[in-house]
Design a binder for this molecule. Structure first.
Ligand code: ZN
Length: 175
């Protein structure tokens, strides 16, 4: 079955560009973003190669990334605490797709790193942590499950600007 032939003139795609009323416009959307009290200090710390969290005075957890209140206790968080940045891999994936959805020749490995921070129960799903790239970890480490529980530390970039990417990746301790 074919589409019925309707009266009128069919318009080709390239003809549309020359029709009256069609305007092409690339908006210059400029904006600034405030990271907020807690995240600003966190980002400034990253620029210095340090990782800061905020301690909840009620339950004692050190929240990393820091938040201004503890979502468990509904309490404003208090003192700043520097954590060593070491931790262990909770889970990881091998990705063949980049951040711009491009296909990657060499896959990247992304993991959830449970950071060493005071106040958390080891058997709890609640923890201080970051999602980041893992270096010096092979696809086989991920596919075999060897990466789970692996002790890791941050690898810092030399030129830091106050971004989560100031940490190039997390790599196994002892590398
Ligand atoms: Zn709390």
């Amino acid at each position: 079955m074919s589409a019925p032939k309707l009266p009128g003139k069919y318009v080709r795609e390239e003809e549309l560009k020359f029709m009256p009323g069609i305007v092409e416009y690339v908006p210059k959307a400029r904006y600034s973003f405030s990271a907020g009290q807690a995240l600003s200090k966190f980002l400034e710390g990253l620029r210095e190669g340090r990782i800061f969290g905020k301690k909840c005075p009620s339950c004692g957890r050190v929240l990393v990334p820091p938040r201004v209140y503890c979502e468990f206790c509904f309490t404003p968080t208090g003192e700043w605490v520097e954590v060593p940045g070491t931790g262990r891999v909770e889970t990881a994936v091998v990705s063949y797709i980049g951040t711009m959805r491009e296909r990657l020749e060499k896959p990247i490995i992304i993991g959830v790193v449970r950071l060493d921070a005071p106040g958390y129960r080891e058997d709890s799903f609640d923890h201080a942590g970051l999602i980041h790239r893992l270096c010096n970890v092979t696809e086989d480490d991920v596919k075999s499950g060897r990466v789970i529980g692996m002790r890791v530390k941050p690898r810092w970039r030399k030129d830091r600007e106050g971004s989560i990417l100031d940490i190039e990746c997390f790599e196994p301790e002892g590398v």
